[in-house]
Write a protein that binds this ligand. Sequence first.
Ligand SMILES: NC(=O)c1ccc[n+]([C@@H]2O[C@H](COP(=O)([O-])OP(=O)(O)OC[C@H]3O[C@@H](n4cnc5c(N)ncnc54)[C@H](OP(=O)(O)O)[C@@H]3O)[C@@H](O)[C@H]2O)c1
Length: 278
Amino acid sequence: MKVLIIGSEGMLGHDLVDILSAENEISTTTIDTLDITDIEKTIETIKNINPDVVVHAAAFTDVDGSETNEDLAYKVNVLGTRNVAVACSEVDAALVYICTDYVFDGTKGSSYYEYDQTNPLGVYGKTKHQGEVCIRDILNKFYIVRTSWLYGFHGPNFITTMLKLAEKMESISVVADQIGSPTYTVDLATAIAELIKKPAYGTYHITNSDHCSWYEYAQEIFENTGIDIELNPVSTEEFGSPAPRPKYSVLENYNWKMEGFPKIRSYKEALREYMDLL
Ligand SMILES: NC(=O)c1ccc[n+]([C@@H]2O[C@H](COP(=O)([O-])OP(=O)(O)OC[C@H]3O[C@@H](n4cnc5c(N)ncnc54)[C@H](OP(=O)(O)O)[C@@H]3O)[C@@H](O)[C@H]2O)c1
């Protein structure tokens, strides 16, 4: 298939290019070659490439920064996504949109299914959710892929942050009352490569299996390295981030399983593999 990857220089975008190129003819755009907030350019670029599938991995991803830069977050995550959807409709391409667990408010207390009620808390989650709404308004052929707590080789992430902090601090405070599923970009890109082979359009939760708090995640990271550092569990309120975040945003990979795809491995196994390669 002809696949266009938008946001190919992002953390996930890099792995999408590597993995999807094994079985597809790949084209890529970056913010320098296509700013998705420009509707004419977006339509022109996608018309010229004429792909079967567009994977849209570009976004304004600064969760805390979105609180003070609401217009830019809206422009990129909502209008940019609308523009990509309009362009896909012009060439009848299927669209893969990468979305987030932050579309949920985290109050359910158990894992979220694809059909559960969304209620984003912060600006980032609201704009990503509105991106979903635009896609459902404009297209029939789409895969909305909600994922969570991404890490990979091509971008700063929680693991690299923890390792850097450990170099200069004797103790690190980590939030212990937010629960989610850390997800390896390589595993997510591999899942997307399988998903686009089927015209099973719709909304999917795709994450590594099992879940933890950020505090437990940090413990796992340091156990893998053997670094001995004091970790202090703190509450969301004590930590005090600018953006509100869901307390429990584990995503049940329900539609993925219902389509017959195999369970995605545990975050612990994926984390070990990633850290062995660092
Ligand atoms: N990271 C996570 O934990 C996480 C969790 C759940 C879902 N997601 C979603 O997963 C997707 C990929 O995330 P990621 O972590 O790989 O993000 P990332 O590394 O920040 O990559 C996003 C890319 O989009 C580009 N971009 C920003 N504005 C653009 C515009 N107007 N036009 C074209 N490109 C633009 C960025 O370029 P610049 O770097 O030059 O700005 C960057 O290369 C996003 O949709 C994100 O919302 C991420």
